[in-house]
Ligand binder design. Sequence first.
Ligand SMILES: [Zn+2]
Length: 219
Amino acid sequence: MKIIDSKLKINVPSNNKPLYIIVHHALKSSCSIYDIHKWHIGFGWAGCGYHFFVTKEGKIYRGRREEQRGAHCKGMNSKSLGICLEGCYQDYKGMADKSMPQAQFNALVWLTKQVQTKYNIPIDKVKKHHDYASYKLCPGNYVPWDNYITALRESNDNELEVENEQLRQTIEGLRADVEYLNDQWKKTSKEVFNLDVENKELNNRIALIKAGLKELGEM
Ligand SMILES: [Zn+2]
């Protein structure tokens, strides 16, 4: 999966330090990030207030840049990243998306994982807008929130397993290296010992030759 650059021009300060991930829905069954951009400009804002937008088809668009402060959750806009889901996951003005397309769910999980890893954000800091604005249902009561958190937790576990496996292989590799070096060391020390023996033999021979020469000289 990838994040599509929506190329929105949004001029706001770059003072965001992401500690939280906050999930929203658009409160509109069908819309694009460009619609949201227009709506938010209509509110008198600098543009799309979210950092990411995930369509029902599972496409992920970038809104504000991650380092830019958001406009999506009062009191949290300079310490979080806002993800907005296309859809109306509550009963509202005759709309009600009662289930989330699998593609959107998967993209949401993938994106959340990416951001969690990048900013080291623990699972208990993945929040609903509703957690900070109890008068709103956002991201809607039809969002399968428990499944979402479970999926994040499972992918964390999987990652740990992969990491463990990689570590195990590294250790095995190191062990093989140590064994090889040990063997080499044994061979080398045997060679050194042999050289030593040869050296002694040569010295003896030289001594004999010297003694022989001396005798010849004295003759
Ligand atoms: Zn919201």
